[in-house]
Design a binder for this molecule. Structure first.
Ligand SMILES: NC(=O)c1ccc[n+]([C@@H]2O[C@H](COP(=O)([O-])OP(=O)(O)OC[C@H]3O[C@@H](n4cnc5c(N)ncnc54)[C@H](O)[C@@H]3O)[C@@H](O)[C@H]2O)c1
Length: 317
């Protein structure tokens, strides 16, 4: 089996690549961006193809060249870049996901695993609890595009029998995240102080948003892919992340204790505050992920901060 990771040189994609390599695979990474960061150290252990998901022939060439039989689809544009340039996000997220599913259908692949997001929900629901049956009425372009990807994947499952599975990730935290998104403060409030730089959080100090450490997210993608098909009833799953959700202020306090002199301040940005308001007050039920394929969190808040610091130091150069 040859596994392709779209967005393979990105933050979550490169963490997943390391896990696949540890499990004995030599994955193919497909991305518009070049190989960088910790991947540079293990360059000989994966294949890399540079190209855009929006161009089906490029993706098909890659799939044929390596005989790809399953795809982890993590490539695309995140919340803030999508809000800024919805035309580019349409190409990357909507056309890109369609192309991934077409490639999987044409090549009769065994599986596609999709990285969706809790930003497919909004406050436009009754009550404040989200479960896997809650209606998805996203207000951001990002959320709209990811909801499309989920629904299109369900269509390919029903019509073509493709083993499509997905998870709605909360904010994923870890060192090396390069792309700004609405909840990036959870990662950069740790990383900037480690680099000796000041950091201004653009959210309200009381903001609570669901967070998962990148190692837990990558392991969850692996576990979902491996799960017994007979147990996959829900198909696309909420992940609630670290429980209980912590506030930005609590995170800042932990970082200040762990990294003396950390220069962290708050200057709320109305765009970010508005996007976060949509999700910050919602509670996430991930019972289906836990009962159907055993989702669990190995990194609660303090352990996450500790491991983040160790990972950062390991790859500092
Ligand atoms: N980071 C988070 O907090 C988070 C939360 C929920 C869901 N997700 C989802 O997880 C996936 C991975 O996110 P990430 O945090 O690693 O982001 P990232 O920006 O680090 O990685 C995404 C990668 O996709 C690539 N890409 C963008 N457009 C492309 C295109 N047209 N063709 C090929 N590659 C393209 C980028 O170059 C980048 O390397 C995304 O699909 C995102 O929607 C992320």
């Amino acid at each position: 089996m040859t596994t392709l990771i779209t967005g393979g040189t990105g933050f979550i994609g490169s963490c997943l690549a390391r896990l696949l390599i540890e499990s004995g695979e030599r994955p193919v990474l497909f991305d518009v961006a070049p190989v960088q960061g910790p991947l540079m150290e293990i360059k000989g252990q994966f294949f890399f193809e540079q190209g855009s998901l929006a161009h089906l022939p490029t993706l098909m060439d890659c799939v044929e060249k390596y005989g790809v039989s399953r795809i982890f689809h993590l490539g695309g544009m995140l919340s803030l870049p999508s809000e800024k340039d919805h035309v580019a996000a349409f190409d990357a997220n909507v056309i890109g996901t369609y192309n991934v599913l077409e490639a999987a259908r044409i090549k009769r692949m065994s599986q596609v695993i999709y990285g969706s997001t809790i930003a497919t929900y909004s406050k436009d629901i009754p009550g404040d609890m989200i479960d896997d049956r809650t209606i998805q009425r996203p207000s951001s372009f990002y959320g709209v595009s990811k909801t499309f990807g989920e629904l299109l994947g369900r269509f390919y499952h029903r019509k073509f029998g493709l083993d499509f599975r997905g998870m709605r990730l909360p904010s994923v935290v870890g060192p090396g995240a390069r792309t700004a998104h609405m909840s990036i403060y959870n990662a950069w409030a740790i990383e900037y102080p480690l680099r000796g730089l000041p950091y201004v959080l653009e959210c309200d100090p009381e903001t609570r948003c669901a967070v998962v450490y990148f190692k837990d997210a990558a392991q969850a993608l692996m576990n979902l892919a491996k799960a017994d098909p007979a147990k996959i009833l829900t198909r696309i799953y909420n992940l609630a992340g670290i429980f209980p959700p912590f506030s930005a202020k609590e995170l800042v306090e932990i970082v200040r204790n762990r990294i003396p002199g950390a220069d962290l301040t708050f200057t709320p940005n109305p765009v970010v505050v508005e996007l976060l308001r949509e999700l910050g007050s919602l509670r996430i039920d991930d019972e289906c992920a836990r009962s159907e394929w055993g989702m669990k969190i190995e990194y609660p808040l303090e352990k996450m901060v500790e491991d983040f610091i160790q990972e950062f130091e390991r790859y500092r150069n």
